[in-house]
Design a binder for this molecule. Structure first.
Ligand SMILES: C[S@@+](CC[C@H](N)C(=O)[O-])C[C@H]1O[C@@H](n2cnc3c(N)ncnc32)[C@H](O)[C@@H]1O
Length: 285
């Protein structure tokens, strides 16, 4: 990430998503409706490019929590999913859901982007593992109360909406009492550093407390991409306000054998800074 005053716009978004045809990029407040709406269009337009760049690392029927490469088969953050009703929000091409399906879970994958879900349907055909998929904004889930035992997302939805509290409320509504909600996001600390995988990315250049989103606009000034920063405390307050209990915050370390560079993530910065935070929460009951 670059400072708002930097003469050069950032070349990658904090999530590592490659920029589209943008006229301007930086950190600034935009109307919540514009920022929240941009996600769908951006992911529709960039689904193929995103999967071309990251598809091999993610796998077609594999569950990766983050660029550090933490896999659910090793981490088991969701516990035993066999026979459990599982919801993925912001599923993208549903690679995680596809893996859960192979573990005996009853999964539904949801995403706001038809382009990402279409890419997921192509992976269903290629792998022979079919995941039921529903197009839905994570802030308005089309499911009855208390439907699921487990809900999760790996970097989906939350970074791209101005009102993540609405996602937590919706997930809490569709979870059964005792159900769990686990989500990974860019580690909040990362927002204080340039989004650069080299040593340049190791020197803080903006305030951790600056909540202005990273925004890209087109030539007409329309918001085409927005990504939102929340401090650690912001995330905790939002899940607690939704009636969820916080059980753990997992901060995966960068493994010595992981050479992947994903946007600002990579082995150089990974040796010093956390890149991902995974929040494990539970609906009481
Ligand atoms: C970084 S991808 C994460 C998906 C997958 N785990 C992956 O690593 O490719 C972010 C996903 O969030 C989805 N998304 C963005 N805003 C959303 C919203 N409001 N509701 C649901 N999904 C949303 C995007 O369409 C995209 O598929």
């Amino acid at each position: 990430m670059s400072a708002p005053s930097s003469p050069e716009p950032p070349v990658v978004a904090p999530s590592g998503a490659a920029p589209g045809p943008t006229a301007d990029a930086g950190y600034r407040d935009v109307p919540a409706t514009e920022g929240g709406r941009a996600g769908r269009g951006w992911w529709d337009a960039n689904a193929q490019e995103y999967l071309h760049e990251h598809g091999t690392f993610l796998g077609a029927a594999d569950f990766c929590w983050c660029p550090e490469g933490l896999r659910e088969r090793d981490a088991r953050l969701l516990g035993d999913v066999a026979g459990r009703r599982v919801l993925e929000v912001g599923a993208g091409a549903a690679q995680c859901s596809r893996w859960l399906e192979t573990q005996g879970a009853e999964v539904v994958a949801t995403d706001v982007s038809g382009g990402m879900l279409a890419a997921g349907a192509a992976l269903d055909r290629a792998t022979g593992v079919r995941v039921p998929a529903v197009q839905a904004d994570a802030r308005r889930l089309p499911f009855a109360d208390a439907t699921f035992d487990v809900a999760f997302t790996s970097f989906g939805a939350i970074p791209f909406v101005p009102d993540a509290a609405a996602v937590h409320r919706e997930v809490a509504r569709v979870l059964r009492p005792g159900g769990t909600w686990t989500f990974s996001v860019t580690h909040p600390m990362r927002w204080a550093f340039p989004d650069d995988p080299s040593e340049r990315g190791l020197t803080a250049n903006r305030s951790y407390f600056d909540r202005r989103p990273y925004v890209e606009t087109d030539a007409a000034g329309r918001v085409v991409y927005a990504e939102y920063h929340r401090t650690l405390g912001d995330h905790v307050r939002e899940v607690v306000a939704a009636g969820l209990e916080l059980r753990d915050v997992v901060e995966p370390e960068w493994p010595a054998d992981n050479t992947e560079v994903w946007g600002g993530w990579g082995p150089v910065r990974g040796a010093y800074l956390p890149g991902t935070a995974i929040f494990r929460t539970r609906l009481p009951g």
